[in-house]
Write a protein that binds this ligand. Structure first.
Ligand code: ARG
Length: 575
């Protein structure tokens, strides 16, 4: 760990333990306004020992050996103020600057992680709800991969079930021709099929017969029609993913249909484990701890009275597949909050089956709603396009309008590219910088602003540093082995912030909370501004100081672009 706060904590721990007379005492090191950092651990320890906290703090300072790393001083009721040696911090910084991952450490135990995200439904349009899970999942995929896990993306699309009867019959009526998908209204086909289904008993009958054929998987013509429907939707999803710049492609699709053939065996397994019960003619698993609205125990239905399988059946089978076929130990589900109970019940059933047991575990990376200005769930009716592709296109158009105004001197192709990077960046960052559990109000002006905690602000901070190098005619790579001098407080503050990148990524992954990384990047950009205001770079007093400050600037740009990259956001070199 290159972060000096972490180094100090591990150097202080033995001193705390000696004073405590027991192992495992946390020095509680935090950033501080009064010094570079402070250790607050003497306060709880004094309580434990029934002693005066200042005395305890003094004993810890006397017992600690931080020569060459930091100076310690007891302050207030018993805090230990930490002032780092600039040479120590500079050496850490030089190590980090030499690394491609700019200080981010690999995971201690690399795992196989399956990330389930996006998961739209065939023959339906993708709506803003899918935007959230798509962007959150994609950022987590990038981060888990960056720290060395083996990441498997899975797009658990809704590609099976009763609606396919009417959809297939509608294709049959059209002479087997699906035609091109209407990207302005990808759900149109579904609506037409639905209208027929509601209006005609004859059509309804055919649809029912078709579902039975589909479920038997024995009729090649039916399977072919179904496959064409799925393929056409996959084309549409690929357009959305491509324009949005997320990693998902059709190769990542592992939809509900994939699990159908394995379900009877799964039910057998439940049965053999004594977990399969009858309730009102249906097959259920009694998962302890879940109650319905009336307070009665709530069963997980895995086979309907009619013999049909459902969402829970496919999700239990899916857990088995991820653990036993893919050997995943970390199962990440990026899905909206309303599906929480469903997931908890499915996981509990998989646990009772002995499948989802340590080290394998599942996490629900849930998310709230996107709201319109009226604070209601964003719908096309509330004025803004709620269809995902329209929203993506609107973001690109707005990004381009901003670039046309700010940088009319650029060639048209450059303006288009930059506008796309800004628009998509803004859309992604607005999502990723808010606490995913909360609802957030969709606000173009805020997300595209060059001020505040936004993508354009961070992209601009990065591009500005790159322009410093262009003006100074210095190759960034040429300052990468420089050990900077950190005599000015703003230099040292920037250095400490840069060294906190590793911790920010770790914290983000620990909570699956992308907004933590965003907050870090925003603070880094602000810390850089304070440094740049106080310390002349290209006009530094000496050549040595100029090189040293250029090295700080370069590392800032690299951490910014690496961090934005982990969020799936591009960092243009000029803006
Ligand atoms: N298709 C579902 C939806 O649109 C989401 C599926 C999420 N993944 C899962 N394993 N259940 O709501």
């Amino acid at each position: 760990m290159a972060d000096p706060l972490v180094s100090v904590a591990s150097l202080l721990a033995p001193a705390f333990e000696r004073v405590a007379g027991r192992p495992g005492v946390d020095p509680v090191v935090r950033p501080s306004d009064r010094a570079h950092a402070q250790a607050n651990g003497a306060l709880p320890l004094a309580k434990e020992l029934g002693r005066n906290p200042r005395d305890v703090a003094n004993d810890v300072v006397a017992a600690a050996d931080l020569a060459g790393v930091a100076e310690l001083e007891v302050a207030g009721p018993g805090f230990i103020n930490v002032t780092f040696s600039p040479a120590f911090v500079a050496a850490q910084l030089a190590t980090v600057a030499a690394e491609a991952h700019v200080g981010v450490q690999s995971a201690a135990t690399p795992e196989v992680a399956v990330v389930d995200y996006s998961a739209p439904n065939v023959a339906k349009e993708m709506h803003v709800g899918h935007l959230r899970t798509t962007l959150i999942g994609d950022a987590l995929v990038r981060m888990l991969d960056f720290v060395g896990h083996t990441v498997i993306r899975e797009n658990h699309i809704g590609d099976w079930g009763t609606p396919f009867g009417m959809l297939i019959e509608h294709v049959v009526d059209l002479g087997g021709e699906l035609g091109e998908i209407d990207l302005t209204d990808p759900g149109a086909f579904y609506k037409q099929a639905r209208a027929k289904f509601d209006a005609s008993d004859e059509f309804k009958e055919r649809a029912r017969a078709r579902v039975a054929l589909l479920q038997s998987r024995t009729d090649p013509a039916t399977m072919d029609l179904w496959q064409r429907l799925v393929d056409q939707s996959a084309d549409y999803f690929d357009v959305v993913y491509g324009r949005l710049g997320v990693l998902l492609t059709r190769d990542d699709i592992v939809g509900e249909s994939y699990y159908q053939p394995m379900m009877p065996a799964m039910l057998d397994r439940l049965d053999r484990a004594g977990l399969l019960q009858e309730s009102d003619g249906a097959k259920v698993v009694w998962v302890p701890g879940f109650k319905n609205r009336e307070g009665e125990p709530l069963p997980l239905i895995v086979q309907a009275r009619t013999g049909g399988f459902n969402y829970a059946t496919s999700d239990i089978t899916c857990v088995i597949d991820r653990v036993e076929r893919l050997h995943a130990t970390l199962l990440v589900y990026c899905i909206g909050t309303p599906q929480s109970q469903h997931l908890q019940m499915v996981w509990k059933a998989a646990e009772m089956l002995g499948v989802l047991v340590p080290p394998a575990r599942a996490v629900h990376v849930n998310n709230g709603n996107v709201l319109g200005e009226d604070r209601k769930i964003l719908k096309s009716r509330s004025g803004e396009p709620a269809m995902l592709l329209d929203l993506v296109d609107a973001a690109i158009a707005r990004g381009r309008a901003i670039v046309a105004e700010r940088s009319p001197e650029l060639a048209e192709a450059e303006r288009d590219e930059l506008g796309r990077q800004i628009g998509i960046g803004a859309l992604k960052y607005a999502e990723l910088s808010t606490d995913r559990i909360k609802d957030y109000v969709f606000d173009w002006d805020r997300m595209l602003s060059f001020e505040g905690n936004t993508a354009p602000y961070l992209q601009y901070a990065h591009a500005r540093i790159r322009s410093i190098f262009r003006r100074a005619e210095v190759e960034p790579a040429s300052v990468r082995s420089v050990v900077p001098s950190l005599d000015a407080p703003e230099e040292l503050a920037l250095a400490l912030k840069l060294l906190a990148f590793d911790g920010a990524v770790a914290e983000t992954l620990e909570k699956f909370a992308t907004h933590r990384l965003c907050t870090y990047l925003f603070e880094l950009a602000q810390t850089f501004t304070s440094f740049y205001d106080a310390c002349p770079v290209t006009r530094a007093e000496t050549d040595e100081l100029r090189t040293s400050r250029l090295a700080l600037a370069d590392l800032t740009a690299r951490v910014l672009s690496t961090g934005l990259g982990l969020l799936g956001i591009e960092s243009p070199d000029r803006m």
